[in-house]
Design a protein around this ligand. Sequence first.
Ligand code: GCB
Length: 599
Amino acid sequence: MLRPQDTSRRERKNLDGLWSFRIDTDNTGRTDAWYAEPMTGVRDIAVPASYNDLTTDPAVRDHVGSAWYETTVWVPAGWSGQRIVLHFESATHRAVVWVDGVQVVCHDGGYTPFEADVTEHVTPGAPARITVEVDNTLTFQTIPPGVVEETPHGRRQRYFHDFFNYSGLHRSVWLYTTSPDHFDDVTVVTDLDGRTGTVRFTAVVAGAEDAVVRAVLRDAGGRQVATNEGASGILTVPDVHPWAPGDGYLYDLELQLHRGEELLDSYHQSVGVRTVRVDGTRFLINGEPFYFTGFGKHEDLPVIGKGHNNGYLVHDFELMHWMGANSFRTSHYPYSEEVLDYADRHGIVIIDETAAVGLNMGLGGGIFGGQGYQTFSDDTINDATQAAHAQAIRELIARDKNHPCVVLWSIANEPESQTEAAEEYFRPLFDTARRADPTRPVGFVNVGLAPHGACRVSEFCDVLMLNRYYGWYENTGDLDAAESAWQVELDGWSTENKPIIITEYGADTYPGLHATIPTPWTEEYQVAYLDMNHRVFDRTPAVVGEQVWNFADFATTSGIVRVGGNKKGVFTRDRQPKAAAHALRRRWRGLQKPIQAEQ
Ligand code: GCB
């Protein structure tokens, strides 16, 4: 699938705005065929946005099940003869779509795009009514998993991850055209040999057997640097300007589909020429050791929840730049494609994660609510879950494979990984990821319940990603004890001869709470906690990255350890810095890349 875009042969119409909306409280939308006629009993809702916090109605905020969206769009008269496609950047977590009462597509998974060819269902020059049923139910067979429990007070959704189950149409919706003969996909792989770059591409063409593909590569100034005839080929770029961390230099690959003199399709793919490789404990970008500084983030905002917002996109990247952060992880799901495009252009490095979070019933203690179930069993995480997980990996890689900013796939966050069942579950999923992308390293994020020596999944990883909370969940308030324990564990992992990225370390901090002697929840403690971690990382040559949990405070479910959400942000939810932001800034702005141990 290609991202919708405007080109000389393609046109888009953006469907964002106010849609009609109705919560399906009694689950009658399907049986009463709410898609058949214009919906009644509706209220306005914004797209893109999570619906949960837009109203003051608890029935909307805490709804479990289907919610219905509807809009009417005029299909431009000039689109006659074109192929017309309806495209959703995401719908969280499951969607069924009708056009004028005819079902055109359904999709599972809340964070990847899907689309339907609606040429046969719409008329250029006439309106079309689009109805979407968005279901936010999480079960043991969805990614992420959850379970709905029937209680005397109604259905209650439990899930095993530490962020609010925001729901709805979080990203843009498009109607767009292509010629009936068109490009369906393109894959780009780049390489560097001294000052020469290569761009290997493969285009997938639909229709047009007699058509010819022409590829034109232009530099950032629009100058043509290489061309090729054929649906695949290698473009050579002498004196290349590589994409590099902090230098988001992009070439433009234009794919043209010609039949004789006629140009049928034109698609533009931006290309950053760079390499990624793991060598012993080093993580190499363009052959240079790279040290990750930055954050685990969330798509999480006041009022609009997980709705994409370009204002916050720009602001968050400005804040990361201000701090000297060079990277982040898309914890714990694929982010909006706008975010990845922006990272490409600004040279920010991304660890790209699937929505496989909460596959661990051992975690909880009242935080994530995972007690009472066994992780892997016929009734819980099972073969059907594994199939959904494999699909989530394939869809993530299919969407993001051409982004130079993405240097590492994370196929899960903190799953159970110390059991034989976990080993069986994960082994094939690593194969799935490597088949989908043989060019990037693959890993998953390990949790403290599966320390070095106990974890049975790390052996499949190219890079070790560790989330650890010494000094917070363990050795709370005792940073001396935390420092020793952390060092012992990291020394163990270092014997694996793989790069180690600390993908989470953090301490909840209530902004404005202070103490002369650093104690948990104060701003001083967050600074002291981070300093302690950094001493450990600086003593451990295999550590090639530090990503603090979290960039900003974020919404969670209710819990006795969550005070208005998770407060481990270095920024508050409205992006005000805590003391830790300044401390990290001093470290990251002045940080020398640690010297890597000789291999
Ligand atoms: C973790 C999870 C993250 C939580 C965090 C915390 O290990 O990966 O989703 O929010 O801990 O703050 O407890």
